[in-house]
Design a binder for this molecule. Structure first.
Ligand code: MRU
Length: 331
């Protein structure tokens, strides 16, 4: 739930999707993704500590959105007179896997004008995603049935989306894609966020339990899998939402193309392979409860890695704002 210290502005559910995150001059406003799809609520952070809590509790999530949040956190530190180095450390420590967060913090921290840099990063995100989408649209066959996992849409970025950006660009190009949306346990980003976004965009989608993907592929009902990424190692291994790796294995088994869509800010040249990517482990309660209701006996232990690593050999193509890369991402 949103923390009481944050100012909230309610908008109508039938409004178009507002930007995921915005710089307001002396504060940061973002969509509180914890409340979707039931309510669209905007929440403001006035201090770095408030923004850190919003990131930790996943009011804002998704690698490119975290990049913009990291940069805006540094902008907040500047206008509030907070220590920039300490702010950077606090922001980066909130979520370890998505490299975009550290990228945004470092870019803003080293800029002559961190506030301007944060705004440029946010603007650049939407432009990059549109280019990425245009490059990737050709990978979606006409009437293609696309399977996606988690949420790599506008809500995971400042706007437009990466994996959903590819699907959206294919729809805009008249390819009439339809989408199988993995629910994405434990936090249901697919059911709550991706299904909501696709509904707003009027792109046909069908929600499935994560465990249904294999049988859909075996039945010939999936033409291509498109997912986002939280970090791409120098050798092309990809960390993304837990459950991505089994999808890649299944896709290979069934000869289905497996596509990763991510901006260049997600590529980590300093991490040689996927085994060196830090995987965030979150509160086990996220596994033992659904929407606050216990689904397991009290006291049972639960294990909650938030991401897994897909080896490069299972990835058919990387789509970035610079093009489609089949062998390796552009390092
Ligand atoms: O834990 P989350 O919701 O931040 O995880 C998000 C994902 O895994 C996305 O697929 C990834 O960040 C790419 S978003 C364009």
């Amino acid at each position: 739930m949103p923390s009481a210290q944050n100012v909230m502005v309610k908008t109508r559910l039938d409004d178009p999707i507002p930007p995921t995150i915005e710089w307001l001059g002396d504060s940061v406003r973002l969509i509180d993704q914890r409340l979707l799809p039931t309510e669209v609520v905007l929440v403001e952070a006035h201090r770095v500590s408030e923004l850190c809590e919003l990131i930790r509790s996943m009011a804002i999530r998704g690698a490119p959105a975290l990049g913009a949040a990291g940069a805006m956190g540094i902008a907040l530190a500047v206008v509030r007179g907070e220590d920039i180095s300490e702010a950077g450390r606090d922001l980066i420590s909130t979520r370890p896997t998505a490299v975009n967060l550290a990228w945004g913090v470092e870019r803003a921290s080293s800029a002559a004008d961190p506030v301007r840099e944060a705004v440029l990063i946010a603007e650049g995100d939407v432009e990059a995603n549109r280019r990425l989408g245009a490059h990737g649209a050709g990978l979606i066959p006409h009437q293609g049935r696309v399977l996606t996992h988690c949420n790599a849409g506008a809500l995971a970025c400042v706007g437009y989306g990466t994996a959903l950006g590819v699907i959206r660009a294919a729809a805009e190009a008249g390819r009439n894609p339809s989408v199988w949306v993995d629910e994405t346990r434990p936090l249901l980003q697919g059911a709550r966020l991706t299904a909501w976004e696709l509904s707003q965009l009027e792109i046909p989608c069908t929600l499935i339990a994560d465990v249904a993907a294999g049988s859909l592929m075996a039945a010939g009902l999936v033409d291509v899998v498109v997912v986002g990424a939280d970090r791409i190692a120098a050798n092309g291994d990809v960390a993304n939402k837990i459950g991505t790796y089994p999808l890649a294995v299944l896709a290979a088994r069934h000869g289905i193309p497996f596509v990763v869509a991510a901006p260049c800010s997600t590529i980590d040249r300093d991490t040689a392979t996927g085994s060196a990517i830090p995987v965030e482990h979150r509160d086990p309660v996220e596994v033992s409860e659904v929407a606050g209701t216990a689904i397991a006996p009290a006291g049972v232990s639960a294990h909650n890695p938030a991401f897994d690593v897909t080896p490069a050999e299972l990835i058919g193509a990387y789509v970035t704002e610079t093009g489609v890369w089949e062998e390796r991402p552009p390092i």
